[in-house]
Write a protein that binds this ligand. Structure first.
Ligand code: NAD
Ligand code: UD1
Length: 332
């Protein structure tokens, strides 16, 4: 890559970051933040759940699939660090049909690591999941707990973590696993049976003439719901942290608060102006009952602090959905 000169004429080489899953919800937000601060960003996505219009201007975007090992190898060339987000993120999708999730989430992660190794990429930040903790007792969840994945999806995510750690130990690659807790915010897909619950409910409440929001179970299950800006911030901090603090490590990324679905439903109904009570159905197979994170390790290693709380995050999310839904310019 050609070096460039700063204002004092000193030669330097801009860092190049690769984001897999750049056309998805979280990947597009990380891309936006990197572009805003002037970084060079390469994006890779097969557009299976993501959308081209999510990719921010300024990203050098390549349509490709993680299953294509040589395409992955090529896209890693000249890259300094990778944000590896591409995956099929739904737990129930993996229960219904585990193979496609396995291929994207685990085989794809292996191809990514091999591409990164061949290209000599310094650091890989991996999007893992709080679902690896399963339904064991003991809250808040601490990274030292033994994972107990229930569904295929968390099993794949955990196997990906193990691979990340192996590449840190054997090849000295600076891999960092970030266990995201249930994320929400603008651009999250709301139109699929596999969409995250808050996006799905927000859209359903704005379309009262269509499908009604349905809580699976008694609604007393809960999550450490995390607004997407907090996750972006954790990624940027982990990218900049010294290797001795983060390489080969696993960190929870969340808010450290627990909210039930019944509570989330009420808040969303208030912000959207929806007056109907929820419908209730059977609990979902393979579901985690509760999640709540200890975020002390991320705070200690790279100074992570949640920036936006649950209620403010919901307000921003509803206002984004309202703008895009009412304007009807964005296909939800
Ligand atoms: P998303 O579905 O919006 O984004 C994933 C992107 O990956 C999509 O754009 C999709 O097209 C792409 N993709 C899928 N398979 C691919 C493949 N084989 N090759 C290339 N691209 C492929 O999901 P998201 O919510 O943005 O999640 C991003 C990451 O964070 C995922 O790895 C997910 O497992 C993880 N995660 C998400 C949450 C959450 O609550 N959203 C929580 C924990 C972890
Ligand atoms: C979510 C993410 C997953 C991530 C995990 C980390 C998505 C699609 N899933 O999984 O990638 O690894 O957080 O914590 O982004 N529910 C309803 N009604 C609905 C839909 C869902 O009641 O219409 C319930 C579910 O049964 C579950 C809860 O809402 O109890 C959360 O479900 P969901 O939003 O799908 O997320 P997780 O399974 O937590």
């Amino acid at each position: 890559m050609a070096p460039e000169a700063d204002r004092r004429g000193k030669l330097f080489r801009l860092a190049t970051y690769l984001i897999t899953g750049v056309a998805g919800f979280v990947g597009s937000h990380i891309a936006e933040a990197l572009i805003a601060r002037g970084d060079r960003v390469l994006g890779f996505d097969n557009l299976s759940t993501g959308k081209r219009e999510n990719v921010p201007k300024g990203v050098d975007f390549i349509v490709g699939d993680l299953a294509d090992a040589s395409a992955v190898e090529r896209v890693c060339l000249g890259v300094d660090a990778i944000f590896h987000l591409a995956a099929l993120p739904s737990v129930p999708r993996s229960v219904k049909n585990p193979r496609p999730s396995h291929v994207s989430n685990l085989d794809g992660t292996f191809n990514l690591l091999e591409g990164a190794r061949a290209a000599g990429v310094g650091r890989v930040l991996y999007a893992s999941s709080s679902s690896v903790y399963g339904n064991q007792p003991g809250f808040p969840r601490v990274e030292t707990m033994l994972p107990q994945p229930i569904a295929p999806y968390p099993a794949q995510k955990l196997a990906g973590e193990t691979y990340m750690q192996s590449y840190a130990r054997v090849y000295g690659m600076e891999t960092v696993c970030l266990r995201y807790f249930n994320i929400f915010g603008p651009r999250q897909r709301a139109d699929s049976p596999y969409s995250g619950v808050l996006a799905k409910f927000a859209l359903q409440m704005m379309r009262p003439d269509q499908e009604r929001p349905t809580i699976q179970g008694d609604g007393e299950q809960g999550r450490d719901f995390t607004y997407v800006d907090n996750v972006v911030s954790a990624n940027l901090l982990a990218l900049a942290a010294p290797a001795e603090k983060v390489a080969g490590q696993v960190f929870n990324v969340a808010c450290g608060e627990h909210h039930t679905l019944n509570e989330a439903y009420k808040l969303l109904a208030r912000y959207t102006g929806y007056n109907e009570p929820p419908l209730y159905s059977e609990p979902r197979a393979g579901d985690v009952r509760n999640s709540l994170a200890d975020i002390g390790a991320a705070r200690e290693a790279f100074g992570y602090e949640p920036l936006i709380d649950f209620s403010e995050g919901l307000r921003r999310t509803v206002s984004w959905f309202r703008e895009h839904f009412e304007a009807s310019t964005h296909k939800l």
